[in-house]
Design a protein around this ligand. Structure first.
Ligand SMILES: C[S@@+](CC[C@H](N)C(=O)[O-])C[C@H]1O[C@@H](n2cnc3c(N)ncnc32)[C@H](O)[C@@H]1O
Length: 209
């Protein structure tokens, strides 16, 4: 049975990671997906510069800021404005990942090339599985292009995808560009959701423009 909007909101509010995020002052339950993945694979480290694509409302920014510490820096990019943070070493910009000059825009806000690009960017879901999958892979491809253009040599990339026909080709493309690639399904990502993340470690230097 399809839940009514009211049921959906009630279920969401009773959900474990939703409550945990509220209690721990994180802006999204998604925060724990990044935290769990990084606890396991340590792709974001102290002092890193991190670019977060599709960052609103800012849960991943909060988590990444904790991982990078006060000598690191986190830049969040989203179509929507992100409410300001009290901590330093965070910057957010309103921008579209699909804009042609997006890499120059991002680099202009950074002290140097980033160590890590993370992307939780997601289109508005239509409910039509093929359409949502294709739109998600489009955005993931955009995030990959941006990563290849801005990451430092051996930098890391972590990106959201939805399972489906187009995923294999996307993973092949990522494998061509990074030394090590794995699919990650953090515990905080709902088991019944087709969402998963690709973790790509160490951008191959020969592919840097
Ligand atoms: C699931 S939310 C990200 C949640 C975030 N990781 C957090 O923990 O708060 C996905 C975001 O992707 C953004 N987005 C979608 N398409 C985009 C685009 N073309 N350019 C920039 N942001 C985009 C949406 O505006 C939305 O805020």
């Amino acid at each position: 049975m399809i839940p009514t909007p009211k049921t959906w909101i009630r279920e969401r509010k009773n959900e474990f990671y939703y409550k945990k995020a509220k209690a721990e002052n994180y802006r999204s339950r998604s925060t724990y997906k990044l935290v769990q993945a990084n606890n396991k694979y340590a792709f974001i480290k102290l002092h890193d510069i991190v670019v977060d694509l599709g960052a609103a409302p800012g849960g991943w920014i909060q988590a990444a800021r904790k991982m990078t510490g006060k000598h690191g820096f986190v830049l969040g990019v989203d179509l929507k404005p992100i409410e300001p943070f009290t901590q330093e070493y965070i910057r957010t910009i309103v921008a579209d990942l699909t804009e042609p000059n997006i890499t120059d825009q991002i680099l202009s806000f950074l002290p140097r090339r980033p160590d890590v690009v993370i992307s939780d960017a997601a289109p508005n879901v239509t409910g039509v599985w093929e359409v949502d999958h294709a739109c998600q892979i489009d955005l993931a491809n955009k995030a990959l292009e941006i990563s290849k253009n801005i990451l430092k040599p051996n930098g890391n990339f972590f990106v959201k995808v939805f399972q489906g026909d187009l995923l294999e080709e996307f993973v092949t493309n990522i494998k061509y560009n990074f030394e090590s690639v794995r699919i990650v399904k953090p515990q905080a990502s709902r088991a019944k959701s087709s969402e998963e993340y690709i973790l790509a470690l160490s951008l191959k230097t020969e592919n840097i423009p």
